[in-house]
Design a protein around this ligand. Structure first.
Ligand code: ZN
Length: 710
């Protein structure tokens, strides 16, 4: 690998941050981000960096501190404030103790902060503090781990790294490691860096650049050594014949398998109204990863513990292995059985591991859900599960890098070896790690993937906004074009990573099927469908143009039918129930003259939804309706329906646009202006399932006695 140091960028960093934070912290920030930007060095929150400096305290006295990355910051994006100053002397004095647990270390670190409200410094602060050099960089670089995590790794590392690098045997990260590092450095003070077996690599230097470039140098030594030892290209065997990707064969298999895996990974809550806490999937389908999964004895080599114990909280002990032969793919039942068997095998293996070490479980730690985070599917890829899309992405990134590193071990002719089982258990149940994951309370629609049709319109965009605010993952669908693209850009800014756009023509069965397949490939499946796309047309029956009527039938009736049909099949396939909300209209109950095409076709859609309640209830699919009165716009999105209807209505009543809105407001009991946000709340309410309700219609109209559902 090459150094990414640039004098211009370093100068820019000093210009930007130097005046406020000092040149050394500005450059510390710059090279930390260089490390964080390279997934071969650092993944999501992994690694840490520090700089020792002197600051002036409130009394005007000089204080030696170590500014170290605080937990919760990612090296890729760390701001200068992300390195918090800790008094160096008290941290160094901790060496006087032979043992200290994490809680005691955190206590001492917090007492040594200069700002009592600062975030907690990295638990590896004592390790950085014992290094006498100013800048210290630590990563879990894959190339180094590929050497350290093999039988005979110590010899390989010594040979690859040379005499100026210290090699430290595996010890528990934290306090024990600080002792080992201090002793290593005392024995070999001229070393430029250090490899910690089965953990990672550390470098140091007098300047940010020196420490960073030593990291690049050591990782390059590891890469070159591995390359010199690998006679063959890793994972060169072709995938099994049945998954050869003729056109979209592999993509189709992924779309079919992912919902079944996602359904099987959903946690059973025991609450009959909300029986599942679902996961979101991210698939890793890179060609080299797929090839590695298909290689001989891949299962034996890849169903192994992670590269570093850091990864345990994300990936768990090992991946599940789902082998899908032609038999398993022959029918839906066979596929569901194969998935269940694969997950059962994992669960049994995991339960045995927990059982073996149960005496080591700390009192205040609840073990994780016994369910895998990675399901390896030869011929398809890695299906990686998270609480949400961002979490799944982290698991996927780690899983991809892990397969690559293990493949390097194989290519070198080595045998992969992780840290001992009991240490894995200790690290997986380390209270500190669990505290990291203890997030705030889940939002009401956490883990739910909801597809909205007609999303680019006023009501549709309002529904998307509302669902994102309630924590859902939103699939915004509409006809391809600028309206959809600009909506998705807005939604993604609102809730990064939780909104995707999928072009969809609701009148085309193939388009409907492809939209669901696209979501299955992206996030694993769909849990809620909001049937919202609709068209309006103003005409008396006497003057009705048949083609105009049929156009409404295609969108409002056929479109609803196709969505219901696809949703029914998808929900059955996924096996965790589901929800449908139809955006109906008050016209179903109180039709308007001159509005026959709309009222009749929406009534047909409404009736189809009522039939769906009857047919889908046994599979725990709830179907409900929301019946709004006129919504004119949502933010800057005017209602397409009212663009069609408004002018005629205004003319008929002699009103301008404002007057028309006032007219609609005044006709309801509450004198309420109906907004897309109101409709969104009603939709979200049904999706949250607070009551055992299906087949209900919730009016969102301010109270219109003649439109009350009956
Ligand atoms: Zn580490």
């Amino acid at each position: 690998m090459e150094s990414q140091w640039s004098d211009a960028d370093a100068g820019a960093a000093v210009e930007r941050w130097g005046a406020e934070h000092g040149e050394d912290l500005a450059l510390r920030t710059y090279t930390s981000r260089l490390l964080g930007a390279d997934p071969a060095l650092v993944l999501h929150g992994g690694g840490n960096t520090s700089v020792k400096r002197t600051v002036t305290d409130r009394y005007g006295d000089d204080v030696d501190v170590i500014a170290i990355k605080a937990s919760g910051y990612d090296l890729a994006t760390v701001p200068p404030e992300g390195h918090v100053p800790v008094r160096l002397e008290p941290v160094r004095r901790l060496r006087a103790f032979d043992e200290l647990d994490d809680a005691a270390i955190v206590n001492e670190l917090r007492l040594a902060l200069l700002d009592h409200a600062a975030p907690t410094p990295s638990i590896e602060t004592p390790v950085h503090a014992v290094v006498p050099h100013r800048f210290v960089d630590h990563t879990h670089a894959d190339a180094v781990l590929a050497l350290t995590n093999q039988a005979g790794g110590e010899d390989l590392v010594r040979e690859a790294m040379g005499a100026d690098v210290i090699v430290v045997p595996y010890v528990f990260p934290g306090f024990e490691l600080a002792h080992a590092v201090a002793e290593g450095l005392e024995a070999q003070p001229d070393a430029i860096g250090m490899v910690w077996l089965k953990h990672g690599v550390m470098t140091w230097g007098a300047t940010a650049r020196e420490s960073y470039e030593r990291m690049v140098d050591l990782v390059t030594r590891a890469e070159d050594f591995a390359a010199s030892r690998s006679g063959t290209t890793p994972g060169a065997s072709p995938p099994p014949a049945w998954t050869q990707d003729e056109g979209s064969g592999r993509a189709a298999t992924l779309a079919r398998v992912a919902p079944v895996v996602r359904g099987a990974l959903a946690r059973r809550t025991g609450d009959p109204d909300r029986p599942y806490r679902r996961v979101v999937l991210e698939a890793v389908t890179d060609a080299d990863v797929v090839a590695a999964l298909a290689a001989p004895d891949a299962q034996e080599r890849l169903v192994t513990p992670p590269l570093t114990t850091d990864h345990l909280i994300r990936t768990r002990l090992s991946p599940a292995w789902l082998e899908l032969g032609p038999d398993a793919l022959a029918g839906d039942e066979a596929l569901a059985d194969a998935v269940a068997d694969a997950l059962d095998a994992w669960t049994m293996r995991y339960a045995a591991y927990v059982q073996r070490h149960r005496d080591r479980l700390p009192e205040d730690v609840t073990p994780f859900e016994p369910s895998p985070r990675i399901v390896a599917v030869p011929g398809v890829g890695l299906l990686c599960a998270g609480q949400d899309a961002a979490d799944a992405r982290i698991v996927a990134d780690i899983a991809r890098q892990t397969v690559r590193a293990k493949t390097v071990v194989t290519a070198m002719g080595g045998t992969y070896e992780s840290v001992p089982d009991d240490h894995l258990f200790d690290m997986e149940h380390r209270p500190l790690q669990h505290a990291k994951l203890r997030a705030a309370v889940d939002p009401p629609l956490a883990g739910q993937v909801v597809l909205v049709t007609g999303a680019a319109g006023a009501i549709g965009s309002g529904i998307c906004d509302g669902l994102l605010a309630d924590g859902a993952h939103v699939v915004a669908t509409d006809l391809a074009g600028d309206a959809l693209d600009s909506l998705v850009a807005t939604l993604d800014a609102e809730a990064p990573g939780r909104a995707v756009g999928v072009p969809l023509d609701v009148t085309d069965p193939a388009s409907v099927a492809e939209a669901f397949a696209a979501v299955a490939r992206r996030w694993g499946g769909v849990d809620g469908v909001v049937v919202n796309a609709g068209l309006a047309h103003v005409s008396s029956l006497a003057e009705m143009d048949l083609e105009a009527f049929r156009r409404l039938e295609r969108v409002n009736v056929d479109g609803t039918l196709l969505l219901l049909r696809q949703a029914a099949n998808h929900f059955a396939h996924q096996g965790t129930g589901g929800d449908v909300v139809l955006v109906s209209t008050k016209n179903v109950f109180a039709p308007g003259a001159g509005f026959g095409a709309y009222s009749a076709t929406k009534a047909a859609a409404h009736q189809l939804a009522r039939i769906a309640t009857l047919e889908l209830a046994p599979a725990d699919v709830r179907v409900n309706m929301v019946a709004p009165d006129a919504v004119f716009s949502h933010e800057d999105r005017p209602s397409g329906l009212w663009a069609e209807v408004g002018p005629g209505r205004m003319k008929a009543r002699g009103l301008d646009a404002e007057g028309l809105e006032a007219y609609y407001r005044d006709r309801n009991l509450l004198k309420a202006r109906i907004t897309a946000t109101h409709v969104a709340r009603a939709v979200s309410w049904f999706l949250q399932r607070p009551t055992p309700t299906t087949g209900a219609t919730l009016p969102v109209d301010g109270g219109l006695p003649d439109a009350t559902p009956r």
